[in-house]
Design a protein around this ligand. Structure first.
Ligand code: FES
Length: 87
């Protein structure tokens, strides 16, 4: 199974609007998910301009899926769906 790829936008807008709360998401993963998720911090994904600031913070998942107004809870739920669905 490929790892779930999580890219957290750490551009100024996203960082100030909540991305900072997700930077340690790896530490919040349940033990059974460890090693199945790859987390990276990214510079501005350029969605804050295109999609407007209201959607920040943004997280990109598996290169194509965009989560807007991301929170640690939403992100953990989505990671779980992807991991469980892949089994
Ligand atoms: S700062 Fe996150 S998309 Fe621009």
């Amino acid at each position: 199974m490929e790892k779930v790829k999580v890219e957290i936008c750490c551009g100024t807008a996203c960082y100030l609007l909540g991305a900072a709360n997700m930077m340690n998401i790896e530490e919040e993963l349940p033990a059974e998910w460890r090693g199945k998720v790859e987390v990276a911090a990214k510079t501005c994904l350029e969605l804050c301009e295109r999609e407007n600031l209201g959607g920040a913070p943004y997280v990109r998942i598996n290169d194509t899926e965009i989560m807007s107004q991301a929170t640690p809870e939403k992100l953990l739920t989505r990671i779980g769906e992807l991991i469980e669905g892949a089994q």
